[in-house]
Design a binder for this molecule. Structure first.
Ligand SMILES: C[S@@+](CC[C@H](N)C(=O)[O-])C[C@H]1O[C@@H](n2cnc3c(N)ncnc32)[C@H](O)[C@@H]1O
Length: 233
């Protein structure tokens, strides 16, 4: 993947982001505010850090990793620490505001982290041992969700893993079910799809992969790990 200077020819912000998320992702002030691990833990009922740690269990040191969309908090530093200096960590984001922020935060600590301004829906030329998609799918409308999932899988080397962390359909008796449902209807219009459709169902050639799903907090969150089968020929 070629490294671009962040501010030259910025990738266009997709319409779903402009409409529903730019108030946050294009604001330096709010980005700084939300980039606090304790606040993220508070907003996720303590699960933000647990989910970030669960990604680490899937990644070996020295891996070549692609992350689709930057995240707040410590998810990216934890993963960079796990990958280590002999690995490669390409971070792709459509927002120059977000990329600049994480570049300033990490570039001197993790020289093997690369910051790339592009739309993750566009095809990737490189292949990766691991592709991470952390709390991004629920922000995407249906066609973009499907395209992103398939794009992540097509970027894997044989034996490589895609790791999706996102919302999931909670157990029916979950005390927060109606609160989350109402919040989603108001502010995250594409999130409820994560309740209705399995990530696997967006993939047509799914038999080329091994699928593993783990759920957390009364099934409110999911981790789906998709391993590309190695071909014998
Ligand atoms: C990965 S999610 C992270 C959600 C939440 N902020 C967190 O930390 O858990 C949000 C990021 O994805 C980026 N993003 C959204 N759509 C994208 C796309 N099509 N390609 C690349 N990045 C995208 C946004 O610009 C934003 O920085």
């Amino acid at each position: 993947m070629t490294k671009k200077k962040i501010a030259i020819n910025p990738a266009p912000i997709p319409p779903y982001q402009k409409e529903f998320y730019s108030w946050l992702y294009e604001s330096n002030r709010l980005t700084k505010l939300f980039d606090r691990q304790w606040l993220l833990n508070l907003l996720s009922f303590g699960y933000n850090q647990k989910l970030a740690k669960s990604v680490l269990d899937e990644v070996s040191p020295h891996s070549k990793v692609l992350q689709m969309g930057v995240t707040f908090g410590e998810q990216m530093n934890d993963l960079a620490d796990k990958i280590g200096i002999y690995g490669k960590y390409d971070v792709v984001d459509v927002s120059t505001t977000q990329l600049r922020y994480v570049r300033n935060k990490y570039r001197f600590i993790y020289p093997y982290m690369n910051f790339v301004n592009r739309d993750a829906l566009e095809p990737f030329t490189e292949k990766y041992d691991v592709v991470v998609c952390y709390m991004l799918l629920h922000e995407l409308p249906l066609p973009a969700k499907s395209r992103l999932i398939n794009q992540a899988l097509s970027g894997l080397t044989p034996g490589g893993k895609a790791i999706f962390i996102d919302y999931n359909n909670m157990v029916w008796w979950h005390p927060l079910k109606w609160f989350v449902k109402m919040y989603n209807r108001l502010y995250q219009p594409f999130a409820e799809r994560m309740w209705q459709t399995e990530i696997k169902d967006y993939v047509t050639d799914r038999q080329q992969f091994e699928w593993r799903k783990t759920t957390y907090f009364g099934k409110m969150y999911q981790k789906v790990v998709v391993t590309k089968k190695s071909s014998l020929f």
